[in-house]
Design a protein around this ligand. Sequence first.
Ligand SMILES: Nc1nc2c(ncn2[C@@H]2O[C@H](COP(=O)(O)OP(=O)(O)O)[C@@H](O)[C@H]2O)c(=O)[nH]1
Ligand SMILES: [Mg+2]
Ligand SMILES: [Zn+2]
Length: 315
Amino acid sequence: MSGPLEARVVRLDAKGCLVHLDEPQDDLSGDGRELWCGVRGRIHLRDRRGQKSPVVVGDRVQVERTLEDRGAVVGIHPRTSTLSRPDLRKGHIEHVMAANVDQVVVVSSANEPEFTPGLVDRVLAVIEYSDLEAVIVVNKMDLVERPPYEVETYRALGYPVLLTSAEDERGIEDLRARLRGRVSVVTGHSGVGKSSLLNVLDPDLGLDVGRVNVTTRRGRHTTTAALWIPFGEDGAVIDTAGIREFGLFGIPKRDVPWLFRDLAQVAPGCHYPDCLHLHEPKCAVEEAVESGEVAAFRYDSYLRILESLDENVTR
Ligand SMILES: Nc1nc2c(ncn2[C@@H]2O[C@H](COP(=O)(O)OP(=O)(O)O)[C@@H](O)[C@H]2O)c(=O)[nH]1
Ligand SMILES: [Mg+2]
Ligand SMILES: [Zn+2]
């Protein structure tokens, strides 16, 4: 057997991971590039502290063949970026969801379920902290006359917003152009049409499309694991299931105001340099919200993130 093979982790389960080999191997079935791997002990040990899994989807790894159609991950290349959330069941341990990501595509819907800015604002804050890029997708535009009013605010702040419909296929080519040649994590509440959009972009995918729960109008959660979907040359989409809570892992409270571009613009006018904009005297942010210079929904999202950090203290 020769030296280790270079590969990418494309799927995880309890026992190991599926990797996609850079170079196809003649004696492997299928396209010769898929190999199920366990993870060698020393990698477990090195990365165990605070990590749920030593390898995650998107990781660049080195693998060794063990049995004919089996392998072992023997090395992990340094990550260029990670996306994480606290794992609340296990006492605030960081749960890395994906590695080596270029951008986060946060999908929402204009209706059914009704547009809510909470998750979008959370994702925007996360990407400001991690230097990833964000793309906001408002899907199901076929169901409404005009986009949600929040879209104007996002555009004014310089965030790209794509208005799409998996139903009548508007905005799909713009979305395709945004995904080309990049590694994107796609996130958003269930039922907004993530799988439907990916199926329109690549009809061979055949991802499961769920139904919107009639009583709550909140989607039922249909996908089960983070999934690496190759997308054109060098590009890929990571479909992350069930991200109810998009993580702000380990972000100190005092940094949060600076993750909101609109708040950060006016915050230098606050009386106290460490103002958290929670009713401190002479707060420029509160004045800007009152005058309408800062959109009230953005301030609400900011307050909710601060509250959530109180609940899940991460440091
Ligand atoms: N009217 C309309 N319905 C859509 C659109 N995209 C998805 N849906 C429907 O919304 C439901 C949830 O879609 P799905 O792709 O499973 O959402 P996901 O949970 O975000 O992956 C399904 O019934 C889809 O047929 C759209 O652009 N317009
Ligand atoms: Mg889905
Ligand atoms: Zn202030």
